[in-house]
Design a protein around this ligand. Sequence first.
Ligand code: DGP
Length: 111
Amino acid sequence: MDCLFCKIVSAQIPANVIHKDALVTAFRDINPQAPTHILIVPNEHIGGAADLTPAHTPTLAALFAAASQLAAAKGLSGYRLVINQGAEAGQSVFHLHLHLLGGRRFAWPPG
Ligand code: DGP
């Protein structure tokens, strides 16, 4: 499968990887929208949030566990976690990813 994030997970394409475990990989976003902008992706290919099933529960838990660990490691007391599902919502890479954004104030509602 020709998937950018699968290639980052398997190190076929370089990225600034800051965490990897059996289930998830985290790396810096190439186009950061905040002082801290990290993408956390499942190692297995999942197209997006709409493709999640109960069988993915351990992977989903690992995504959020990595996010809270990385946020703590970066000293972030508040941060935003975002999943864009579908092109209408701004998804541009169709491999599930959790955006961890921090280091500035965020507006609500989001743009
Ligand atoms: P989304 O728009 O929610 O699908 O987010 C995709 C993100 O992926 C976007 O913020 C930019 C980032 N991105 C795209 N290509 C690359 C890449 O080659 N390397 C890295 N590190 N990030 C990328």
